[in-house]
Ligand binder design. Structure first.
Ligand code: MLT
Length: 240
């Protein structure tokens, strides 16, 4: 298994793409599916989301939209995983568009397998890699409008660190590039205070200004949900 995280994919596709947007899109997607949501369908474009979701029975759908960290007016949900309780999402499809996370998912959607990963479901993602052993794996950090982000990089490091521990490969053998080595180092340094790291991250600070402290706390937990969001058809993720 090789890890090649690509912050800006270039048209090539890996055997397995793991998209990470810890704050908060992939944390939300994992939570929806763990709470009994039927599926999560992702969109980069709000107009397209509205057009597709309108064909769905109203009692079977939910619309979630975030721009700049804030909820899109007129949608039932923003992008807070804490709003995605079983009472709200069970049996429904979540149609979601966010600033970066859903765009990253769409950019890499033609890979043979596409997963959504966050810290909260890291163990399920690592187990998938151990079971399937895909030859090329990219961990795609969503970042913020094309830039590096601490929270996605630390999650990439958490995945690679756990994979090295559980497989017969050393961290050196797993690391396809320098980004993986630095991601593992970041995780090793902060693994006992991930919330502290989020407080230093630029998007963490943005969310704190929007009074989303509870979201940060929730997203900073590791391995709490046994759920693997995996793309079943273009743009549609279901729990495996
Ligand atoms: C994104 O997709 O950029 C994020 O999930 C933003 C957010 O925290 O809502």
């Amino acid at each position: 298994i090789y890890h090649t995280p690509e912050l800006t994919p270039t048209g090539k596709t890996p055997d397995c793409a793991i998209v990470v947007d810890v704050l908060r899109a992939t944390s939300t997607i994992a939570t929806v599916l763990a709470s009994g949501g039927e599926a999560v369908q992702v969109f980069s474009d709000l107009e397209q989301l509205i057009a597709v979701s309108e064909k769905w029975p109203p009692e079977k759908r939910l619309r979630a939209g975030e721009r700049g960290g804030a909820k899109v007016a007129g949608f039932e949900l923003g992008n807070s995983p804490l709003d995605c309780t079983r009472e709200v999402v069970e049996g429904r499809r979540l149609f979601i568009s966010t600033t970066n996370g859903t765009r990253a998912l769409q950019r890499i959607e033609h890979s043979p397998s596409v997963l959504a990963a966050a810290l909260i479901n890291r163990a399920a993602v690592v187990q998938y890699l151990l079971d399937k052993q895909p030859e090329t794996v990219w961990i795609v950090g969503s970042g913020w409008e094309g830039t590096f982000s601490l929270e996605d990089t630390v999650c990439a490091g958490a995945i690679a660190h756990s994979l090295a521990e559980k497989s017969q490969f050393s961290q050196d053998e797993l690391a396809g590039n320098d980004e993986v080595i630095s991601a593992i180092a970041l995780y090793s340094h902060w693994q006992n205070d991930l919330l502290g790291l989020f407080h230093q991250a630029s998007h963490g600070k943005r969310l704190l200004r929007l009074e989303s402290h509870e979201d940060l706390k929730y997203c900073a937990q590791t391995d709490i949900l046994d759920v693997l969001p995996i793309q079943q058809e273009l743009g549609v993720l279901k729990s495996q």
